[in-house]
Unconditional design. Structure first.
Lengths: 256, 171
């Protein structure tokens, strides 16, 4: 009798296997899975859960990615086999063919608004920080926009690299410094050198004489204008004074 | 929602070993045990999402989780017959333990297999009373049975495990 009940007690002291809690939490979307993916940008670590992609980083190692995720997102994380279609979805998202779902829980409503607005900037184009601030209804919060973008947990996917300094210079980049930002923008078809030269000369807008519309220099609506019809403009006020109205697509200023 | 998530996360860390041990004793092997334990927590989470806050606060978690685990096992048994268990263990031992630990683990697995071979009503009673060491009242609550029935089932289950059951003919 005694040995049997003692043995049963010992059986009752068995521990759950390692990683069990993470697997349970993962099943209900409270832990994230991650894997390394080969992409157009090189190897990128990507974390996801049932709500969508939750983080991405070009970390040097899995350990580095885990440490960063722990600090930045703070949920349990486990290495996993990627679902069969995820690699393809990632390629499509990064090449602008498709829109993935993202999990932005844990960010403030302001940060979420900044990132959602940033997602609307088309591939091959850039917008200033001040544009994001104005578009989300917080025109004075330009610095806070910069901070929110610097803390973007899903760089490359949420294209914070498409937001540049208000003076037109490329500006800093959390996903690997200004050089990485230039490289990614070039990959997306932005003529970065030309953009920086224009900015240095103080030209921030492009006007088209025939349509009387002014745009941000990278806006696709002005892309097919003939060179002889293009005028370069310093600011919105002088553009209006010269009879131009702001483009309704890239919204360099609010139409009045 | 956030509150339930925190609550659930704590519950998982606090009860994972208990639920796993009970699942091991009821299924007889570690692979099925993990499945049962994982499914138990999954159902617990879905239930928590639908409960009003007072009900979550007043929950007797231990008995509640065991009740779910018992139901998970019952449903599995209904679905498929428990498969034959390899006594020498088909799964690799991850922990680089000593030989003594390996032997201990083997003994535990062997006992779990024997428990798992008990008819379900005796098995549930024995596991909750002697593996999980709940009181008779708690076992009765978890199983939704009268205390008398639980006592009889525990008694009968232990007898079967000891191999001196002469009333076994009717099973």
């Amino acid at each position: 009798m005694n040995t049997l009940t003692t043995d049963l007690k010992r059986l009752g002291a068995e521990k759950a296997p390692r990683g069990f809690a993470e697997r349970v939490l993962g099943q209900v979307g409270m832990a994230d899975s991650y894997a390394r993916f080969e992409t157009v940008l090189g190897d990128v670590f990507v974390a996801w859960n049932r709500l969508g992609v939750s983080a991405a980083a070009r970390s040097a190692s899995a350990a580095e990615f885990e440490a960063w995720f722990q600090k930045d997102v703070g949920r349990p994380l486990l290495a996993a086999e990627a679902p069969a279609d995820l690699a393809e979805k990632i390629q499509d998202e990064l090449s602008g063919k498709r829109r993935m779902r993202f999990d932005l829980r844990g960010l403030t409503p302001f940060e979420q608004a900044v990132l959602r607005k940033t997602r609307q900037i088309p591939r091959g184009e850039v917008r200033p920080y001040g544009w994001v601030a104005r578009e989300i209804g917080r025109p004075a919060a330009v610095r806070a926009v910069g901070t929110a973008l610097a803390n973007n947990p899903i760089p490359y996917f949420i294209p914070c690299h498409r937001v540049v300094r208000t003076d037109g210079q490329i500006g800093n980049y959390g996903g690997g410094g200004p050089e990485a930002k230039r490289a990614i923008l070039t990959l997306e078809g932005v003529r970065v050198k030309r953009l920086e030269e224009l900015a240095r000369a103080g030209f921030h807008y492009q006007g088209v004489r025939t349509t009387k519309v002014f745009c941000y220099p990278t806006c696709h609506t002005g892309r097919h204008a003939l060179e002889k019809n293009i005028v370069w403009l310093h600011d919105a006020a002088s553009a209006r004074a010269a009879g131009f109205r702001p483009c309704k697509v890239c919204r360099p200023a609010v139409a009045s | 929602m956030e509150g339930v998530d925190r609550h659930f996360e704590r519950m998982v860390h606090e009860h994972k070993d208990r639920v796993f041990a009970a699942s091991l004793a009821m299924t007889g092997n570690r692979h099925d045990a993990e499945e049962v334990a994982q499914d138990t927590f999954f159902r617990a989470y879905r239930a928590l999402m639908t409960y009003p806050p007072e009900r979550v606060r007043e929950l007797k978690e231990k008995a509640w989780l065991h009740r779910i685990a018992v139901n998970v096992v019952r449903n599995r048994v209904r679905r498929v017959r428990p498969r034959l268990v390899e006594l020498n263990g088909s799964e690799p031992d991850h922990s680089p333990g000593t030989e003594a630990q390996a032997i201990e683990r083997m003994q535990i697995d062997e006992l779990a297999t024997r428990v798992a071979e008990l008819p379900i009503r005796f098995r549930e009673a024995v596991v909750l009373r002697h593996v999980r060491e709940l009181s008779y009242a708690e076992v009765a609550e978890a199983l939704g049975q009268p205390v008398g029935t639980v006592k009889a089932n525990v008694h009968r289950g232990l007898k079967l495990l000891r191999g001196d059951d002469d009333e076994h003919a009717d099973d």
